[in-house]
Design a protein around this ligand. Structure first.
Ligand SMILES: [Zn+2]
Length: 154
């Protein structure tokens, strides 16, 4: 029997251990959206700001990615969206995400809703580069933009 001092911490690799037999390894995107937008964005104080940052960074740090390219590949593999570097400067990157989970939702001008996904990138990049990286959401489909986009400051 387990006790509190042998508490197991889940790793991202643990998340891939799926033994469901009938229902498989995927859940519909509307469930992901419901957790993100109804549960977090609308359900938490201040549209989840602060919480999404903590949650996202923590998830990002748990990802076993060694390079920016590996991180972008994983985002695509997990079907969060299809990210692409659209601007690259010495201390700044812009990452545009096509086919983001939010595309198709009703537009609500002034709302950028994909902050958690930016915080995941922030956690992964900070850990990988061993320095402070900040990721800010600058465009979102829900805001009426043509894609979701993040500004990464290294
Ligand atoms: Zn989005």
């Amino acid at each position: 029997m387990g006790s509190v001092d042998t508490l197991h911490e889940f790793s991202f690799d643990d998340m891939k251990k799926i033994s469901r037999t009938a229902l498989g390894d995927a859940v519909p995107i509307e469930l992901y959206r419901a957790i993100r937008l109804i549960g977090m964005y609308q359900g938490l104080p201040m549209k989840g700001k602060g919480t999404t940052l903590t949650v996202g960074r923590k998830i990002g740090e748990s990802l076993a990615v060694q390079s920016v390219q590996e991180l972008l590949d994983l985002f695509r593999e997990l079907k969060v969206g299809d990210p692409q570097i659209v601007l690259e400067e010495e201390n700044r990157l812009h990452i545009a995400v096509k086919d983001c989970f939010c595309v198709g939702l009703p537009e609500i001008e002034g709302n950028l809703v994909c902050d958690l996904e930016g915080a995941i990138m922030e956690g992964a990049l900070s850990k990988m580069m061993d320095k402070r990286v900040s990721v800010r959401e600058i465009k979102c489909n829900v805001n009426g933009d043509d894609c979701c986009e993040y500004e990464v400051r290294l």
